[in-house]
Design a protein around this ligand. Structure first.
Ligand code: CAA
Length: 383
């Protein structure tokens, strides 16, 4: 659903200009230094990128899902690392508060998240609980007006920059199932929280992840999302349903960028006396990539529109994430192949993209988890 085409076009034009003038020219520097320059982050805040998904009543842009994916299609023509900076605040870090938070929690946090004054991270994964998210062990035990949190969260994107965490923890340690889990808003400055060293990753330099360790951290009971125990796993799953459409949009945009790089290279590079784009085996790689990107783009838009129409999207979100992330991996592989020897050299940015996109098939639910979600939903519906 597009609420106002003219306003949306203005936003998309502004982002396209920002991507071309500010983000793409700084990609190499970000990859080399492993840092996004502060002035770029400040510009992203000023443009409202941290508040894309937050309601206007709380100072955000309140984009619909369709508008959000159209923004992502533009933004992620630059290195996906820039999106990662805003991604957890716009998405999985803040949406739990939006979906299930009490009015007081929304009033307290959403306006400051919308401006980027606060940044949010999503703390679900643990050393022993990744795909099997409901087996998480972090505990939050009620003591008076507080919950006392103990446990370790792993690979938490943007944790070193986070002001608040949406934390999933077990409030009922006797209940080992999903219904023993609750979600909390946790101030990152709370005593007892410490951070592991930054993870050294295969790619996505400039996007930071680390462990977050909770040792007797006192979280006010007022920060229990929705004020009700046992709802945290469902909150996390709802957040991920939306997040998976968003990540699928990221995959489409990055694949488009890689394909445009591969096409330019194929048209310039000469072998056997002509440009390699004239060879049919190279054309096959270009054409397959184009068709697959188009398919993924259509899936993402369809899933987004269904979500805007308030239809269930768990299956479609997983289908889009599965197909788009796998497609992106195939496009990256073909792009490197078209670049040939140059594609293996760090001097050409396609090598960096190849490493960066590997993550898409893993985070916010691996491809195998998407398969499991899709098949389970199919079986449930058929019963
Ligand atoms: N929406 C609402 N509720 C949902 C739901 C959804 N999409 N999916 C499940 N639920 C509910 C179920 O209805 C069930 O409720 P009841 O008990 O009332 O029936 C409850 O949640 C438990 O559901 P399941 O029995 O299906 O749970 P499960 O333990 O079998 O797990 C799973 C399901 C799909 C495998 C889930 O664990 C999962 O998605 N795993 C992947 C986790 C993941 O994506 N991790 C990524 C971490 S975030 C990340 O990557 C961030 C980053 O770096 C930026």
């Amino acid at each position: 659903m597009i609420r106002d085409q003219e306003i949306l076009n203005g936003l998309l034009d502004t982002i396209a200009r920002f991507v071309g003038e500010r983000l793409i020219p700084n990609e190499e520097q970000v990859a080399e230094t492993d840092e996004i320059p502060d002035d770029i982050v400040a510009d992203m805040k000023a443009m409202g990128l941290f508040g894309l998904t937050i309601p206007e009543a709380f100072g955000g842009l309140e984009l619909t899902m369709e508008e959000e994916v159209l923004v992502v299609f533009e933004l992620c023509r630059a290195s996906p690392v820039f999106r990662s900076m805003v991604g957890t605040t716009v998405g999985i870090g803040s949406q739990g508060i939006l979906f299930d938070g009490t009015p007081e929690q929304q009033e307290k946090y959403l306006p400051r998240l919308a401006t980027g004054e606060l940044t949010a991270s999503f703390a679900l994964t643990e050393p022993e609980a990744g795909s099997d998210a409901s087996s998480l062990r972090t505990t939050a035990i009620r003591e008076g007006d507080d919950y006392v949190v103990n446990g370790t969260k792993r690979f938490i994107t943007n944790a070193p920059h986070a002001s608040v965490f949406t934390l999933m923890a077990r409030t009922d340690p006797e209940d080992k199932s999903a219904s023993g889990i609750s979600a909390f808003i946790v101030d990152a400055q709370t005593p007892g929280i410490s951070f592991g060293k930054r993870d050294q990753k295969m790619g996505q330099k400039g996007a930071h992840t680390c462990d977050v360790i909770f040792e007797n951290v006192r979280v006010p009971a007022a920060n229990l999302i929705g004020g009700k125990e046992g709802q945290g796993f469902k909150t996390a799953m709802k957040v991920l349903d939306k997040g998976r459409i968003h990540i699928a949009a990221v995959c489409v945009a990055v694949a488009e960028r890689m394909l445009s790089m591969a096409l330019s290279y194929a048209m310039e590079r000469k072998q056997f006396g002509k440009s390699i784009a004239e060879f049919q085996l190279v054309q096959a790689m270009l054409a397959d990539s184009k068709a697959e990107i188009y398919a993924a783009r259509s899936m993402v838009l369809d899933a987004a529109r269904r979500r805007d129409a308030k239809l269930p999207v768990s299956t479609e979100a997983s289908c889009a994430k599965l197909f788009a992330s796998e497609m992106c991996g195939r496009v990256a592989d073909r792009a490197v192949q078209i670049f040939g020897g140059a594609g293996y050299m760090a001097e050409y940015s396609i090598e960096r993209f190849y490493r960066d996109v590997r993550l898409f098939r893993i985070y916010e639910g691996t491809t195998q988890i998407q398969q499991l979600v899709i098949a389970r939903n199919m079986i449930r519906e058929a019963k």
